[in-house]
Design a protein around this ligand. Structure first.
Ligand code: MSP
Length: 490
């Protein structure tokens, strides 16, 4: 039982929010699919900071394993040099997209390597690892074995790549021992899996039974050595998942454990929702705190097919940011379809959002309002909230907050844009240019209300479009108009 003093101290402490993205493979440069998850995590991190929470936002790169070793060999480079060249490409894109992560994690960090080694040793000591021989069909792009019935024409369903029969004598993690415990924790909501449809999929798969997983490799040199058998290296996924844990130690963020939210696409939900919590329980026992929520969004597709480096149909985030700016890309990706579902995305679609929602609706609104305030010499105080109180405001910030926290980004944006449209309509219907001649009081009131709404809009969009939010506030203060989303020649 906490003393009263402790309880008072606890309630006065800022809430903690720990959010992660997958650590992306550095076999190639980042693409827009990676940007999608990372932007979503950034929106959540910014939203929580805006609320006053203490945020730890972790992203990074996954740098060991056969896939990276193959890519390095293709490039004619040593893996160490190859990963050192590619990891910064991710950091550069995140900078360009205004991703304000707390730490950028690399699995080649020696502190991480040491902790992974200690972690696996402890699981081994706890009796959850056994040596066995295994023959199976392996997809190097996924870095995992498949069962024959999971393949489509003998190929990996995600990468359309031939799986190769691999035979190894290696160490197995006794995942099957965790079946009941995982089902219980998921059903009780101790670990939330989202969206609900994915939770049900995971639960039904779990109930069919779990197979133990091979967690070491004899034929992969580019990895962390198994401490109890240095001829083998640790399976890249075992090493990678641990980043979420070792990072809290490396960066002295132990009090952020467990993560509030692991974000990823559906391709790697199984690893996060099943293997990862089982690893943690094997390490720390059944009471070891598990991630609070694991959420899998859908895939970006191009003409219905998954966008991926392996399939060669990707959009380069640099290209779209150069063309439309970071905020427009952030907006368009999250606005296009619900987070959690698959959806087609293209440069053209981003361009349409830029032109319509951003240029014609929001940009135009601000420009018109600032121009009229200047022209008609109106005194406004946008941040005062004189005329629209929180209760009558059409922009209901608590609902927007809730939508963001439920990861319903598209709906949050739709709701904000309803207010943008409302303001545009209010101007068209009330015709300030006529009021200027007939009713100065009403004109002042109209422009005060609209500028208050613009101020609220700037606050609501800040997690999504941080630069635009700042520009809007500045223009409302200085009344120096400047197009937010200038016309782009196609
Ligand atoms: N390295 C592993 C993750 C280890 S996490 C402990 C990995 N890397 S990856 O580079 O393949 O990234 C996969 C993730 O990138 C997906 O889960 C998703 O977050 C993002 N996406 C990759 N392609 C995507 C789409 N086409 N659409 C949406 N997200 C995509 O897996």
């Amino acid at each position: 039982m906490n003393s009263l003093f402790d309880r008072v101290k606890l309630t006065s402490m800022a809430k903690k929010f720990y959010v992660t993205t997958p650590i992306y493979y550095v076999n190639d440069v980042p693409h827009i699919g990676h940007a999608y998850t990372t932007i979503a995590a950034d929106v959540l991190a910014r939203h929580h900071r805006q609320k006053g929470d203490d945020v730890f936002f972790l992203t990074g790169t996954d740098e060991h394993g056969a896939k990276i070793a193959e890519a390095a060999a293709r490039a004619g480079k040593e893996p160490e040099i190859f990963v050192d060249e590619l990891a910064p490409k991710f950091q550069e894109v995140w900078k360009k997209l205004n991703i304000n992560y707390s730490e950028f994690f690399r699995t080649t960090n020696p502190e991480h390597e040491k902790m992974v080694s200690e972690f696996i040793q402890k699981i081994y000591n706890n009796g959850f690892i056994e040596k066995r021989s295994y023959t199976g069909l392996y997809c190097v792009s996924c870095e995992r074995y498949y069962k024959p019935e999971e393949l489509i024409d003998g190929k990996c369903p995600d990468h359309n790549r031939e799986c190769v029969e691999q035979s190894e004598e290696n160490y197995f993690f006794l995942l099957s021992k965790f079946q009941d415990q995982l089902i219980k924790k998921i059903e009780l909501g101790e670990m939330v899996i989202g969206p609900a449809s994915r939770k049900n999929e995971i639960l039904s798969k779990l109930k069919l039974g779990l197979e133990d997983v091979s967690i070491s490799r004899t034929n992969v040199k580019w990895g962390i050595p198994v401490p109890f058998d240095p001829d083998q290296t640790i399976y890249v996924w075992f090493d990678a998942l641990l980043n979420y844990f070792t990072a809290t130690k490396i960066y002295h963020k132990e009090d952020f454990w467990p993560a509030d939210l692991h974000l990823m696409a559906k391709d790697i939900l199984w690893f996060h929702a099943v293997i990862w919590p089982a690893m943690l329980s094997a390490y720390g026992g059944a009471d070891f705190p598990l991630p609070r929520q694991v959420f899998a969004h859908g895939f970006f597709t191009i003409n219905g097919q998954k966008m991926s480096k392996t399939l060669g149909n990707v959009i380069d985030p640099n290209e779209v940011v150069d063309k439309f700016g970071a905020d427009a890309v952030r907006y368009a990706l999250l606005r296009e379809f619900p987070f959690g579902e698959d959806g087609d995305i293209s440069v053209k679609k981003i361009g349409e959002r830029y032109k319509n929602d951003l240029g014609n609706s929001l940009g135009n609104l601000l420009q018109r309002v600032v121009a009229m305030i200047n022209k008609y010499n109106v005194k406004v105080d946008p941040s005062k909230k004189n005329l629209i109180s929180d209760t009558v405001s059409m922009l209901h910030q608590p609902s927007i907050n809730k939508l963001i926290e439920e990861l319903r980004f598209d709906t949050a944006l739709v709701n904000i844009w309803r207010v943008v449209d409302f303001c545009n309509r209010a101007i068209n219907e009330n015709k300030p240019w006529e009021l200027a001649k007939s009713d100065k009081t009403k004109l002042d009131e109209l422009l005060q209300i609209i500028s208050e709404y613009l101020f609220r809009i700037s606050e609501a969009i800040a997690p999504f479009m941080p630069e635009t939010a700042e520009k809007m506030k500045k223009q409302l203060e200085t009344l120096q108009p400047e197009p937010l989303f200038p016309r782009i020649e196609s």
